[in-house]
Design a protein around this ligand. Structure first.
Ligand SMILES: NC(=O)c1ccc[n+]([C@@H]2O[C@H](COP(=O)([O-])OP(=O)(O)OC[C@H]3O[C@@H](n4cnc5c(N)ncnc54)[C@H](O)[C@@H]3O)[C@@H](O)[C@H]2O)c1
Length: 463
């Protein structure tokens, strides 16, 4: 339970919240849990059918949409004409808009979304699938693709009760096998704190079927695993079958050992800024898992803040943050991507990092941190491009306000503002970041490459 939920659940908290006119934040559906209501599938004219086929692979039964058209309205209690409501609240509405190319055709989205957003169940889902601008021709079609992005971002802001809206742009020739991992992530509670986001899915360089324990028999390295988000990452990957190598600085040794023991992984005490950090990681993997073992995924989670207004920011604080948050990640990957070494990256490795909404939008007092986190995004995009001819993928998440010791150090009033200023009205949990990273690293997510996904509840900062 987050600090905010604890506060709201205490009698004093409820009294104070009532006086202040604050509503308790909605409880979010989390974990590998599908919505309870039906999944409404709306295929707009020209739809390519990948969404329907992906839902079929998930064994999800679909229901037909109710369209908001003149002949399908009824009078509400006050005599106003409103769209006919759903008899059972939908758990999700999936709109296949891959055929939408004209401004007139955008009306199709309004028609199916209007009745659906009014009746979605709690923690419901809107998932819009559209064709990526790289696969459409003509000025109007490009404008329309971006228009759909505007619809998604706005629907996400209008939804209530923990519901989310996200948009997937499909690159050319993306099939159901490429899409199914993303569809599953979005429908399930694993995507609880991801809303108002848009990302791209393309044909995977190597295909793997979806699995509930996708990392079984695979080695996953997690840096900064002794506490906070890193611990949640280690736990989620272990839940999904991974043999986790948990890394943290020697000072965090005790809690690192506890985490590693709890999840049946191994601990490596290492300052990731050491010049030979990559070599030491590979040597550890080879020692613990055998000389033939390879790293399936590395999660570069370790990070620090050294906040100061630029006017007070000295060379040391500047350098420390860039070194831990960015330079170390690049150095370690460079080593592990080099000539095949025992304990190095496997052929289809997943390389993921952690950016931040501070990197997306900037944040007062965080020039060094914003530089490092925006740097993680730039690095991720270029790394993915440079690895285009290898079945390795690169990705990152950009968390917003997540309840950890790092954010616990923010002064109370500022913290309360950060927590609330997103479309879900609460801070995220470390597990929300972890689930998104696990989705990116899944063998079935080979078509999700070079993407930075914000896990921020549609934080107003940079939204
Ligand atoms: N908490 C948030 O709201 C938030 C938001 C955006 C991004 N992030 C990012 O998420 C990541 C985890 O954040 P957190 O809140 O869990 O932080 P945290 O401070 O609670 O944990 C970070 C961990 O990294 C380890 N670490 C630091 N320097 C290291 C080094 N040189 N070598 C090895 N390990 C090192 C620390 O010992 C610690 O265990 C960071 O990259 C952070 O920038 C957090």
């Amino acid at each position: 339970m987050s600090v905010l939920e604890t506060l709201f659940n205490s009698p004093l908290g409820q009294l104070v919240a009532k006086q202040a006119g604050l509503k308790p934040p909605p409880k979010l559906r989390r974990g590998r849990v599908l919505p309870t209501g039906p999944v409404v599938l709306a295929e707009l004219p020209g739809a390519d059918g990948a969404a329907r086929a992906a839902l079929g692979l998930l064994d999800v039964e679909t229901a037909d949409p109710i369209a908001d058209v003149a002949e399908n309205r009824i009078a509400d209690d006050r005599g106003r004409q409103v769209p006919r409501p759903y008899t059972t609240p939908p758990g999700a509405v999936v709109v296949d808009a891959t055929g939408v190319r004209t401004i007139a055709e955008l009306e199709g989205l309004r028609q199916v979304l209007r009745p659906a957003v009014r009746s979605l169940e709690r923690s419901g889902r809107v998932i819009i699938v559209a064709t990526d601008a790289s696969a459409v021709e003509g000025l109007e079609a490009h404008a329309v693709a971006q228009g759909i992005d505007g619809i998604n971002r706005t629907v996400a802001k209008e939804l209530r009760a923990g519901s989310t809206s996200n948009l997937l742009f499909l690159r050319g020739d993306t099939g159901a096998d490429d899409l199914v991992s993303t569809m599953s992530f979005l429908l399930e509670g694993r995507s609880a704190f991801v809303s108002g986001q848009t990302w791209r899915v393309g044909p995977a360089k190597a295909l793997h079927a979806l699995d509930d324990r996708p990392f079984e028999g695979r080695v996953v390295v997690v840096t900064g695993a002794a506490r906070g988000i890193g611990t949640a990452i280690a736990e989620v990957f272990a839940r999904d079958g991974a043999s986790v190598v948990a890394i943290d600085v020697p000072a965090g040794g005790d809690s690192l050992a506890q985490v590693a023991n709890r999840i049946g992984g191994s601990a490596l005490q290492l300052d990731i800024t050491a010049a030979d950090a990559g070599e030491r990681i590979a040597a550890h993997v080879a020692r613990v898992h055998g000389a033939d073992a390879r790293i399936w995924a590395i999660v570069h989670n370790a990070g620090i803040t050294r906040d100061k207004m630029l006017a007070n920011l000295d060379e040391k604080l500047w350098g420390q943050v860039l070194e831990v948050n960015l330079a170390a990640e690049i150095r370690i990957n460079d080593y592990l991507l080099g000539d095949v070494v025992p304990g190095g990256f496997g052929d289809e490795a997943r390389i993921v990092g952690i950016a931040s909404t501070s990197g997306v939008a900037g944040n007062k007092g965080q020039t060094n941190y914003a530089a490092s986190k925006a740097g993680v995004m730039g690095y991720t995009w270029e790394l993915s491009r440079q690895l285009a001819d290898r079945p390795i993928t690169a990705g990152a998440v950009a968390p917003g306000f997540i309840e950890t010791e790092m954010t616990g150090a923010i002064p109370f009033v500022q913290r309360e503002i950060f927590r609330r200023t997103n479309s879900l009205g609460q801070g995220g949990r470390p597990v929300d970041v972890a689930e998104t990273l696990a989705y990116l690293c899944s063998p079935a997510s080979g078509g999700v490459d070079g993407q930075v996904i914000r896990v921020c509840g549609q934080n107003l900062v940079g939204a």
